[in-house]
Design a protein around this ligand. Structure first.
Ligand code: HEM
Length: 408
């Protein structure tokens, strides 16, 4: 049945606070919106009237549709502080910053990088990831309980892995982790976030120039050897991979552990059956959906009739991933964490379409190895504070826990 045009509808603003009754659930308004109108008008802070998608099928359709653009200069930000990027959030994308490009510009970079993230490449990296995880667990055991799982395990593991893959010195981790936090924590203003972006760009620009002079056997070395990319493109690609490569996975690791500790039956099932691990990772990705604040968003390049409405050329569409991944039409009983859920892997927590996460095989491997090894090594792992005292990253682009105090 066709719905009447919704131009007369009162727009909602983007709900950002998670459900106070459950730290893993999306904002309740987002879920209500999906039930009422999976494609609804959204009011943006700059006065733009765009759209919010909360239904699964609509989200997939829009993310796969070339009539929607990822270019920043065409999009409005649904957040009070825009998500910053090199060169600014309201200009054409900086060279190499392909998440903000459409095909064919996007395709060129994506092709260059896909070869670095293949199944074969990831298999070769697996022993290093296993070793990095084991080393961190040894250090945690040696320091003795209690520990902050974020600082002791969840953050260093993906940081070490992405450093090894890219060829970035891990000795500089305190610097790049701190700058990344300023970029993704929306409590910092735009000027500070842009200056953190600038500091990281400068650092990676220097690194690229050093690597050009002394060829290295790592991802940046390979990209340099391919020969086609300028230093600016290389530095921006390095910045993208460094930031995307550690923040997201770190939060999935810590929030995943927090969720499992709060679902002891599920944790017991995982411990009892190692073959459950792959599916458990997918279900945790779905259940937690950590990319939660205004990403992904796209701008319509032409009028698009979809879901009984017309999205006009120039209007911005925001996909509310946490609500999408709890659409009961796709995931029955979506609010329940079920590690053996059939079809859990259909979640859109890695996005969908041409911009679907480049690092997803790597992230999955780190999560699989990380969860297994942690719970094997510390069978008595538990929270060291009352559950409601775990500080959560409500106002960060990537959701998670600021700290996760544990003991064993
Ligand atoms: C894109 C989530 C890990 C690199 C994306 C997108 C999402 C996402 C939702 C799509 C954004 C959009 O469509 O606008 C995640 C999550 C991760 C994770 C939840 C961990 C659990 C990683 C890792 C890397 C990475 C480990 C790199 C090593 C990228 C890149 C893109 C991307 C480069 C842009 C792809 C493109 O535009 O073609 N990620 N990601 N991600 N991710 Fe991830």
């Amino acid at each position: 049945q066709r719905r009447r045009p919704v131009s007369d509808e009162r727009p909602v603003t983007l709900p950002t606070r998670r459900d106070p009754r459950c730290p893993f659930a999306p904002p309740p308004e987002l879920e209500r919106q999906r039930a009422a109108r999976p494609l609804a008008r959204l009011a943006f802070p700059d006065g733009h009237a765009g759209w919010l998608v909360t239904g699964y099928d609509l989200a997939r359709a829009i993310l796969a549709d070339p009539r929607f653009s990822a270019r920043p200069e065409l999009r409005h930000s649904p957040l009070a502080r825009p998500n910053v990027r090199p060169g600014g959030h309201d200009r054409p994308p900086a060279p190499g910053w392909f998440p903000s490009m459409d095909p064919p510009g996007h395709t060129r970079y994506r092709r260059l990088l896909t070869g670095q993230f293949t199944v074969r490449r990831m298999r070769r990296l697996e022993p290093s990831v296993t070793e990095i995880v084991a080393d961190r667990l040894d250090a945690m055991a040696a320091a003795g309980p209690p520990a902050d799982l974020v600082a002791a395990f969840a953050l260093p593991v993906p940081s070490l892995v992405i450093c090894e893959l890219l060829g970035v010195p891990y000795a500089d981790h305190a610097f790049f982790e701190a700058q990344t936090l300023v970029i993704v924590d929306m409590d910092h203003d735009e000027a500070r976030a842009m200056s953190a972006m600038g500091a990281l760009s400068g650092y990676l620009g220097d690194l690229v120039r050093r690597k050009r002079a002394e060829p290295a056997d790592d991802l940046l070395g390979d990209l340099i050897a391919d020969g086609d990319l300028t230093d600016e493109e290389l530095a921006n690609i390095a910045l993208l991979l460094l930031v995307a490569g550690h923040e997201t996975t770190a939060n999935m690791l810590s929030l995943g552990v927090y969720a499992l500790l709060r679902h002891p039956d599920q944790l017991a099932a995982l411990r009892a059956d190692a073959t459950l691990t792959d599916n458990a990772v997918e279900e945790l990705m779905r259940y937690l959906t950590i990319v939660h604040l205004g990403v992904p968003s796209r701008a319509a390049l032409e009028d698009v009739e979809i879901g009984g409405s017309v999205i006009r050329a120039g209007e911005t569409v925001v996909v509310g991933l946490p609500a999408v991944n709890r659409d009961p039409g796709r995931f029955p009983d979506p609010g329940t964490l079920r590690l053996d859920r059939a079809g859990a892997g259909r979640h859109l927590a890695f996005g969908h379409g041409v911009h679907q996460c480049l690092g997803q095989l790597l992230a999955r491997m780190e999560l699989r190895i990380g969860f297994r090894a942690l719970f094997e090594r510390f069978p008595a792992l538990r929270l060291a504070v009352p559950a409601q005292e775990v500080p959560l990253r409500e106002n960060a682009l990537v959701y998670g826990a600021w700290r996760l105090p544990v003991t064993w």
